[in-house]
Design a protein. Structure first.
Ligand SMILES: Nc1ncnc2c1ncn2[C@@H]1O[C@H](COP(=O)(O)OP(=O)(O)OP(=O)(O)O)[C@@H](O)[C@H]1O
Ligand SMILES: [Mg+2]
Lengths: 397, 252
């Protein structure tokens, strides 16, 4: 279907179903139950899941296929956000022109950074991209204040021209981002028994764009171009003596993944029209790397899983405080309760990084192929009882 | 006028004269063997031919055009393919993909943003690769990961990757090293067969004299970076200088 083979079609349909049904899937616990804090079906969180999914899918085209580890991808995310906010300020609050500009500007930016960085490979390449990203971050923070509004971040104001829209909405506030009138913040709530499911326009716009981005990445993985990118990772020497010029291939992959990051940045600004320099910081770049490796670099599904996993941790585990812990262990005798709270305390709330770090170490040590490998092993163990089917290796899930 | 003309090529590595004034003329559609003891500069000469090394002096003409200063991929696109002394293959990819990549390179050039369709949907490429794998008896291994092949199979795969490009000049750096006797004989037969089927020139470096005398029409003996003699296999066999410099050493 749509130029995908049977296996990829199935995978795509599963991803599409999971994404579009996310408001249900991420909201399994009744609103008033004790476990409700593990629900993740909130508009802003779900938006973040899919936006970071796009980011990781794009990063995987570079890192997963060619093996070039960029430590500066957050720069493209930031550039995309700034571009989008400028479009909101100057043109209109419609997200389409904003997103288009984000992708184009991030692509151009990636072309320049890639052109220079790709003269080196391995650790030198990583360091060069890191240096560029930190440079961009510092520029955005200081010298480029007229464009980026420095520390405060770029926001929309009531004096913006917005030539195709209005400067001030009827209620006196700045207008809101929309898709031809459909407001991104619009949310419908479906009350079903003890559950309240939220359906947000912004989330669905992002989700559809993510599915398109995922589809394009599947096509790239399976295409002759994708094969060449895998060849780059495997043996550049052989490629050169086979009549292939490696540089344009790596540069194309770099620009494409930069455009994905720009798209993610543009969508972020479309959901919440502001852009700050911290979005470009090296920690943000590192997070993208973690997502991809945790999920499974070089696999189709891995980056999406990794992005969801990390964002879930960041938002859910970080909110668990001592009060909540005490309610959990309330049934225990007092002394034991305090002890348990003390033990769990460093792993939740502000300590969520610790939990994530430990999990990351476990995954990388025992599942080098990431969460996808974990899934594959489980599936294999289950199907071994049925029959031995020939399995196509790697990059298939 | 040969298809390959090497004139007065010299190359030094620090104090070591790896090549000193090498002259070599390879006639079109012949098999030309280059033999010589270890360290004679045979691989270095090939490195110059494929653009891996730039010589200090001299000129190299292929098909009337200079190859010096060109990039390796450019030289390959001119029609020179090389099998390396240690197999250079795409270890992470499967055998079929390994053979399809050179086909794409030949069809689409050094770079093509070919995102259209899946790899398998390019029927012309797939059929060509399958045919080539059948020719080298590796079709049943098409789905194996290349790095898991035996050393001999890796060589055969690399040879298939070069042959599938239909090169004008094929450079073989010890193609049978590490192969079992039977595989060596298969390789000889394969190269003979290819030679009969299409127009191809081969330059082959080999220590195995059985291979050399089965295939070569001309032989150049290289010692310490300079050609000692160039002649037909019959004459080389009995040549006293060669006996002394190379064969004697190899057969003692
Ligand atoms: N890149 C290099 N840097 C320095 N010295 C080199 C380099 N390449 C080759 N040499 C030296 O040049 C000489 C010729 O090496 P070359 O590999 O051409 O020999 P060869 O004839 O192919 O030998 P063998 O039969 O062992 O493969 C050797 O002494 C080698 O050590
Ligand atoms: Mg050698």
């Amino acid at each position: 279907m749509f130029g995908l083979n049977k296996k990829d079609t199935t995978l795509f349909i599963i991803v599409a179903a999971m994404t579009l049904l996310a408001p249900f899937i991420l909201n399994p616990f009744p609103t008033d139950s004790a476990l409700a804090q593990f629900n993740a079906g909130y508009p802003d969180l779900m938006q973040r899941f899919v936006i970071f999914g796009i980011l990781a899918i794009g990063f995987n085209i570079l890192f997963g296929l060619t093996g070039y580890l960029s430590f500066g991808h957050a720069a493209f995310l930031g550039v995309g956000s700034y571009s989008a906010v400028w479009m909101f300020k100057l043109l209109s609050m419609n997200i389409i022109p904003a997103i288009i500009l984000s992708v184009i500007i991030a692509g151009l930016f990636a072309l320049v950074i890639g052109y220079v960085s790709l003269r080196r490979s391995g650790i030198y390449f990583s360091i060069l991209t890191l240096a560029f990203a930190q440079m961009s971050f510092n520029l955005a923070y200081s010298v480029l204040t007229p464009i980026t509004n420095g520390e405060t971040g770029l926001q929309i104001t009531l004096d913006d021209p917005r030539v195709l829209g209005v400067s001030v909405a009827e209620n006196g506030n700045p207008p809101v981002t929309n898709l031809f009138g459909l407001e991104m913040r619009e949310t419908f709530t479906l009350d079903l028994g003890a559950w309240a499911f939220q359906f947000n326009i912004g989330f669905y716009v992002c989700a559809l764009i993510m599915l398109a981005a995922f589809y394009v990445s599947v096509r790239i993985f399976r295409s002759p171009f994708g094969l060449m990118l895998r060849a780059v990772k495997s043996n550049q020497h052989r490629m050169n003596y086979t009549g292939l010029s490696t540089r344009p291939y790596t540069l194309a992959a770099f620009v494409i993944s930069g455009m994905y990051a720009g798209l993610a940045g543009g969508l972020m600004a479309s959901m919440d029209p502001l852009a700050g320099a911290e979005r470009m910081q090296w920690t943000a770049s590192g997070e993208i790397v973690l997502m991809t490796i945790l999920g499974g670099a070089g696999t189709l599904l891995g980056p999406v899983l990794g992005a969801g996993f990390i964002k879930y941790f960041e938002n859910i585990f970080s909110k668990i405080n001592d009060n909540i812990l005490h309610t959990w262990f309330a049934i225990m005798p007092d002394g034991l309760e305090d002890l348990l709270v003390t033990i769990v305390h460093p792993f939740v709330g502000k300590g969520w990084h610790l939990t994530l770090g430990l999990l990351f170490m476990l995954v990388v040590t025992f599942l080098p192929g990431g969460l996808v490998e974990g899934g594959q092993r489980i599936a294999k163990a289950l199907s071994r009882k049925k029959k031995d089917e020939p399995k196509t290796p790697d990059a298939s899930e | 006028m040969g298809i390959l003309e090497v004139k007065d090529v010299g190359k030094r590595f620090g104090g070591l004269q790896a090549l000193g004034d090498v002259n070599l003329n390879v006639e079109e559609n012949t098999v030309h063997a280059i033999i010589g003891p270890n360290g004679a500069g045979k691989s270095t000469l090939l490195n110059v031919l494929v653009g891996k090394l730039i010589p200090d002096s001299g000129s190299v003409l292929f098909d009337g055009q200079s190859v010096l200063g060109r990039t390796p991929h450019d030289i390959n696109q001119m029609g020179i393919s090389r099998v390396f002394q240690t197999p250079e293959i795409f270890g992470d990819l499967d055998v079929m993909e390994n053979v399809m990549i050179p086909c794409f390179a030949k069809r689409d050039g050094a770079f093509a943003l070919n995102g259209y369709g899946s790899v398998a949907s390019h029927t012309d490429i797939r059929e060509k690769a399958e045919q080539m794998l059948a020719d080298v008896n590796m079709l049943e291994k098409r789905n194996m990961q290349a790095s898991s092949l035996s050393r001999g199979d890796k060589r055969r795969l690399e040879m298939a990757m070069c042959l599938v490009q239909d090169p004008k000049l094929l450079l073989l750096d010890e193609p049978t090293a590490g192969m079992a006797r039977a595989d060596t004989n298969n390789t000889i037969d394969l190269l003979k067969e290819i030679k009969e089927k299409r127009d191809i020139t081969m330059a082959i470096i080999e220590h195995d004299m059985h291979v050399v005398f089965s295939l070569a029409e001309r032989i150049t003996v290289l010692a310490q970076g300079t050609p000692l003699v160039e002649d037909t296999p019959e004459n080389i066999k009995g040549h006293p200088k060669v006996q002394e410099a190379y064969l004697g050493q190899a057969h003692d």
